[in-house]
Design a protein around this ligand. Structure first.
Ligand code: CTP
Length: 474
């Protein structure tokens, strides 16, 4: 089989590859695989048809775990842990320390994880795109199992002389350790100091448990927690609090339609008008609606997010595409318009790339886009029972949100302050106020993660639909 070193490609191709990989939410390596598979006539398409429905991903709300397997006898249990984490719908990427390769093979790990595993800090293939940084950041949680005394000592002292310790030093994600070692090593003063330091640094642990050791006639505290115990902790850490409490059936039998992300309005085939929306809030709402049992349809502008579990996703580019997909998706019981739709498009968009010319600047004529929220809220036929809009404001939030509620004909407006200082646009947290048609005073919610806003909004909707306070609201 021929091998390809991405590092040796032309710079231009490397840049194009990186952009394409980022756009499709894949690693550069995975993108190359898709291109090659496609070229070889495989069924997997290399490009995303913007209007096409995408197959369900195997990822729960895009949640990823980087699992670091340390070099101890308990490493064999980490193989089961990979399965247990995947069973819960999370994506697992594995790093093996050199010592771990004496206990489990890279081949077995890759087969269980469904992708290659990583062992070498200086791996030319993955380090071409700073692989250790990707392993450290492109995940929601890092799990170290087994966490050996040696690995914990390195972490406590900030050493980074191999891939596993470099990933642990370079991350800003939560870390969960499942320590495993001989009871004497666990009780050793050096290990006690290191564990205390790590706990002080905010690292979490599961176990160790007491029991028989692999060494004959030895028992005590030091056995790694069982894979099911570790997986349960992973699940508790990754599933947003509001989703954990959400009554699973609270929107059963209802159809929820959601818009998310920005829209792209073409200027010519290579340029477009866009905005800074990441789509995170709309995607989180879709995940929460599906978790509450709703049949959920998400019409999404161009974003770099995986499809939420259990949600039918339709990808679009422009406001007009979004409106047409939304109309095709009716009837729905509840419609939530979280998209940051571009207000204007270029009426004279170029068929070919507009070139610079000595005769002056190009004249771009803007026309207003259709207002999707207002169009649906004002329908006389098939109007969803509950229509919810968002209001992204940079000033006079209450005044503008109240005006939008009336102007657009929606039932609720979820208003947020998106001025740059708040970091809401593109960030992970949100502070919202809910304005309702028949209420004079808005509900003001404290600052929370976008996942929590989503869970609370869905719980609030369930309450309104059923007229009964769901558990999660109490
Ligand atoms: N919206 C929409 N279609 C548009 C514009 C906005 O569906 N063409 C929806 C958004 O999804 C959101 C609500 O309308 O739910 C308010 O969007 P926002 O951008 O805050 O307000 P605009 O209507 O664009 O008004 P302005 O830009 O003047 O604040």
């Amino acid at each position: 089989m021929a091998s390809l070193t991405v590092r040796r490609l032309d710079d231009e191709i490397k840049v194009a590859l990186k952009l394409r990989a980022a756009k499709n939410g894949r690693s550069v390596e995975d993108e190359v695989r898709v291109i090659l598979r496609d070229a070889a006539g495989s069924a997997e398409p290399a490009t995303i048809d913007p209007g096409a429905e995408r197959p369900q991903p195997r990822v729960e709300g895009g949640r990823r775990v980087t699992l670091i397997i340390g070099g101890g006898i308990a490493a064999y249990k980490a193989l089961d842990l990979i399965r247990r984490i995947k069973e819960r719908g999370f994506y697992v990427r594995v790093v093996l320390t050199q010592a771990a390769t004496h206990f489990v093979t890279a081949l077995t790990v890759s087969a269980l994880a469904d992708e290659r595993c990583y062992t070498d800090l200086f791996d030319s293939q993955s380090e071409f795109d700073a692989g250790h940084i990707r392993l450290a950041r492109d995940c929601d949680l890092i799990v170290v199992a087994p966490a050996t005394a040696d690995l914990m000592a390195k972490m406590a002292h900030g050493l980074a002389d191999d891939l596993a310790s470099a990933v642990l030093l370079a991350t800003d994600k939560p870390i969960l350790l499942a320590p495993a070692m001989n009871p004497l090593m666990w009780r050793n003063a050096a290990t006690r100091r290191n564990v205390a330091q790590l706990l002080h640094d905010g690292v979490l642990t599961v176990g160790p448990n007491a029991g028989e050791m692999a060494e004959a006639n030895e028992a005590g505290l030091g056995r790694m927690s069982e894979p099911l115990e570790i997986a349960a902790k992973v699940e508790a850490m990754l599933r947003p609090k509001q989703l954990q409490n959400l009554q699973p059936q609270s929107l059963n039998g209802l159809r929820v339609l959601i818009t998310a992300g920005p829209t792209h309005e073409p200027i010519d085939p290579v340029r477009y008008i866009a905005n800074r929306s990441s789509g995170k809030q709309g995607y989180a709402i879709a995940a929460a609606a599906a978790a509450a049992g709703a049949e959920t349809v998400l019409v999404s502008g161009p974003v770099n997010l995986p499809d939420p579990k259990g949600v039918r996703v339709m990808r679009v580019e422009s406001a007009r595409d979004m409106l047409s997909r939304v109309e095709q998706s009716l009837p729905a019981d509840i419609a939530i318009f979280a998209a940051a739709v571009a207000d204007w498009r270029v009426s004279n968009a170029g068929e070919q790339k507009i070139k610079k010319s000595a005769s002056g600047l190009p004249q771009l004529d803007l026309v207003e886009n259709p207002d999707i929220l207002a169009t649906i809220a004002k329908r006389t036929h098939d109007r969803p029972k509950l229509v919810i809009g968002f209001a992204a404001e940079t000033e006079h939030v209450a005044q503008n949100a109240t005006a939008k509620l009336a102007r657009k004909g929606s039932d609720w407006i979820v208003a947020n302050d998106v001025s740059p200082a708040t970091g809401i646009m593109g960030g992970d947290s949100n502070t919202v106020q809910i304005f309702m048609k028949d209420h004079t005073a808005p509900e003001t919610w404290p600052a929370m993660s976008k996942d929590d806003v989503a869970g609370r909004l869905i719980a609030r909707i369930a309450q309104a639909v059923h007229g009964v306070p769901p558990k999660s609201m109490s």
